[in-house]
Design a protein around this ligand. Structure first.
Ligand SMILES: [Zn+2]
Length: 343
């Protein structure tokens, strides 16, 4: 057992509408003078350009539209920026985390889609040689979720965010199994907080599926809360278990995989079956949300999914999950896929 446990938490979170002036206000309050904004074309148009013009004169702002990232890395000097702002989707926020970590300055997370829980977590997903893996980076110190921008994103992204949240239903069970098998740290509070973010989506799936402002806002708040549970746990354990290993495994096996949360949602039906928990309820919630709830709807064929399940435990061998406990061969996986209606 570790001798101490450190928690990293954001210190200011705001969820509301038309918040570009609030971003600049927070920069001013923080005493920042040189901000680097990392963004991509649509988020630039919808949000980052407004921050840039609001900041005019008061704060020196440099904008890097993703795609120019290679160029930016070469010119990256610590001391030149005193804050990094990630304005965009998953790839943008991940990149902003890595840059803030490299130059050792605070990070503002300003999501423009509600598709995953990285918006408020210290985890970043890195792609090298076509393989994605996640590691701990920096926790955003400020999170500003502008609903007037996030609600404009295609419905598919928010539905994917729900899949990433429903995954916590399985992830917290894997964490508990890991604790039982090796005595690894298990934080009851962090586990409950992550579980709550899944429960709220499962319980209100029909209502949320309308994707009105209230529904999308619930998803955003649950994603922030899931990210905070990782900050409390000090790792992604409460939010990422066997279902995420399968989702990552699918990403490795496919050239153009479905969205992260879409993969996680379907994989959660499968891993909930292995856990002996209520997989029917998970499948029903996904259907209620209009999310993919079968392999066919996910656009993944049975062979690929089977392969992904077999390879999943090798992705992070140190992470004990139900996949280490239940021995699965191809035949058994196919039987489960049939029984759960996934295939
Ligand atoms: Zn995830």
């Amino acid at each position: 057992m570790e001798q101490f446990h450190a928690m990293e938490l954001p210190h200011y979170i705001i969820v509301g509408e038309k918040l570009s002036d609030k971003v600049v206000e927070r920069l001013r309050i923080g005493g920042f003078r040189n901000a680097l904004i990392i963004t991509s074309p649509t988020p630039y148009r919808l949000m980052a350009s407004k921050i840039e013009s609001e900041a005019h004169n008061a704060i020196d702002v440099e904008v890097c539209v993703l795609g120019e990232y290679g160029k930016l890395l070469n010119g990256l000097e610590s001391g030149r920026y005193d804050v990094v702002l990630g304005v965009g989707g998953g790839r943008v926020i991940d990149t902003a985390k890595a840059v803030a970590e490299t130059v050792n300055v605070p990070l503002f997370s300003i999501p423009t889609v509600a598709s995953h829980d990285g918006i408020a977590s210290p985890m970043t997903s890195i792609r090298t040689g076509g393989k994605a893996y996640s590691r701990k980076s920096v926790m955003p110190s400020v999170i500003i979720a502008d609903m007037s921008v996030i609600s404009l994103a295609p419905r598919r992204y928010a539905v994917s965010g729900c899949g990433d949240l429903i995954a916590k239903y399985s992830a917290v069970r894997d964490w508990w199994l890991g604790h039982l098998s090796s005595g690894e740290y298990y934080g009851r509070y962090a586990a409950h907080l992550a579980y709550l973010s899944a429960a709220v989506i499962i319980k209100s799936s029909r209502k949320i599926s309308r994707m009105d402002l209230d529904g999308v806002r619930t998803i955003v708040e649950a994603l922030i809360s899931a990210g905070v549970s990782m900050g409390i746990a000090g790792s992604s354990r409460p939010c990422s278990g066997s279902e995420h290993l399968i989702a990552h495994s699918l990403e490795h096996l496919m050239d153009s995989p479905p969205l992260h949360g879409e993969r996680c949602g379907v994989a959660t039906v499968f891993t909930s079956y292995l856990h002996g928990s209520n997989w029917r309820r998970i499948a029903e919630s996904l259907r209620g949300l209009g999310a993919p709830s079968t392999l066919n709807e996910l656009g993944v064929d049975t062979d690929i999914f089977t392969e992904a399940v077999i390879k999943a435990p090798t992705i992070r061998p140190e992470r004990y999950t139900v996949l280490n406990r239940v021995k699965l061969d191809r035949k058994r996986i196919l039987d489960i896929l049939q029984e759960t209606g996934l295939a």
